[in-house]
Design a protein around this ligand. Structure first.
Ligand SMILES: [Zn+2]
Ligand SMILES: [Zn+2]
Length: 296
């Protein structure tokens, strides 16, 4: 199972109710962090995440509201005596900026911090998953991330029993795609079901874009920024952000199952207006709140 925890939903500056951008993704004992706005580590404690499980951090872009939190988090991990290396992915060309942000005071750490530049495509693969990056459209270089669980085949227990498939026949079937069983031939595709791996896409900050539509195609969840409501479309365009209606159009075009809106301008005390705009385009739209958890 994949569990998402939304750690921050405010754009540019925090508010009393909302922290800056951050999303934790838990999968099979791994904890991945997407963006790390100021105060993210405290949000992780608050919402019950074990920071020692942190495997990697993926930064979308180097605007402060998405990255300043790595300085504090890196220090706390050291206080916790972390020894496993930690990889932080940032848009390529900004590796030194990230290192400077973490090590500005020449602090020493109990573990190695590896900063890697992202240029799109596959950036991390592991047991049962893959993480890819794709270009967003913002005022600085910016990458969105796709978490994709591997597709899986399952043997249908009853069917296998009926046909007499047992023991090492399963391995043979997987390898040979068919086996002879007495006078019969049993084919792999006749005794298995196919399960598509889940897909989660994280896109902020950005104008609506074709590359996001492509990246999010058929996703189970798309987290898309929604800095403004539709009445502020002009400002959204000028500042290279999206309105909620524009985010919803991306979700609709990509045929995602669920759209979660976040990164709201601090001007909104009430975000219901943004939801209304989005739902009129894509009914499966939801507003994120800090601490929101989604099981996929
Ligand atoms: Zn931002
Ligand atoms: Zn930004």
């Amino acid at each position: 199972m994949i569990k998402l925890t939304i750690l921050g939903t405010s754009g540019s500056a925090p508010t009393k109710e909302r922290n800056l951008s951050g999303m934790a993704l838990q999968f099979d004992g791994n904890l991945f962090l997407f963006d790390c706005g100021e105060g993210t580590q405290r949000q992780m404690f608050k919402y019950g995440l074990n920071i020692s499980k942190l495997k990697a951090i993926f930064i979308t872009h180097m605007h402060g509201d998405h990255v300043i939190g790595i300085a504090g988090l890196a220090r706390t991990l050291s206080l916790y005596k972390r020894t496993a290396p930690l990889t932080i992915f940032v848009p390529h060309g900004f590796e030194e900026n990230a290192k400077m942000l973490i090590k500005f005071d020449n602090a020493t750490f109990t573990y190695e911090i590896i900063v890697k530049g992202v240029k799109g495509g596959n950036i991390l693969s592991g047991d049962g998953f893959e993480i890819r990056a794709f270009a967003l459209r913002h005022s600085v270089m910016d990458y969105g991330y796709i978490f994709k669980e591997s597709d899986k085949w399952h043997f249908m227990k009853q069917k296998c029993k009926e046909l007499g498939v047992k023991g090492d026949m399963f391995k043979k079937l997987e390898k040979m795609k068919q086996i002879a069983l007495g006078k019969k031939t049993v084919r792999f595709k006749d005794v298995t079901t196919f399960e598509l791996g889940k897909k989660i896409v994280y896109a902020t900050d950005t104008r609506p874009s074709k590359s996001t539509v492509k990246a999010a195609e058929g996703a189970d969840v798309l987290l898309h920024e929604s800095t403004y409501d539709d009445a502020m479309a002009k400002l959204a365009k000028e500042r290279m952000h999206s309105t909620s209606g524009e985010a919803a159009k991306v979700a609709k075009d990509a045929k995602v199952k669920k759209l979660i809106l976040f990164h709201f301008s601090t001007r909104y005390k009430n975000t219901e207006e943004l939801l209304k705009d989005a739902k009129s385009v894509f009914p499966e739209s939801y507003l994120a709140n800090d601490g929101m958890q989604i099981d996929i």
